[in-house]
Design a protein. Sequence first.
Length: 202
Amino acid sequence: MKFMKSILISTIGNIEKYTEVEYILDDVKVKSAVTIAAIVKKYNPSKTLVIALDSLLDDVEIKDYNEIISYVKSKIRTFLKKQLEGILDQNYLENNIEVIVLPATGKFTIEKSKDKKVLKIEGEMRDFYHLTLYYLALNLAELEDKSAIYLDVTHGMNYMNVYVYRAVNELLGILSYVKKISLIVFNSEPVAKEVKECSIHK
């Protein structure tokens, strides 16, 4: 197993509604629609883990749930590549960013459909939490001693951020018996109309 010095964990939401601003993090300024660019440029984490929901599906023909996961993963990776090209090197984009897609619950408008179809997903929010715990456990187990977790809760639905933060804290409680791991949480100012730049707070 190859151990990591640090990891960035970031939730992401409906990318169709994201707009580009200049994100400011200490001495780093990056124009992007996501905070990931500024955080990676500043801290250079060994890996970036992006958590998305299966509700980000478009109006396309899908045969089974595995195809939903693959479609959303590809959609997010394409979006991130566009946002991060020129900011991060190609090797990092290809090898150091992982997207995981977890179950949503609720009713969502499918943006790319002519008649604004509504996607209804029945389930429990704890489904998201339990799978978050599982995937984070796999990743955080690869952290070496005296490492760092960067947690970005700027984007994504509100319950995503709550459950991801909770999962990270629970796993850190266990890992603290054998490793020293620091946690830095990031959250940006909201992107409002006419706003050109936003500070990322930690």
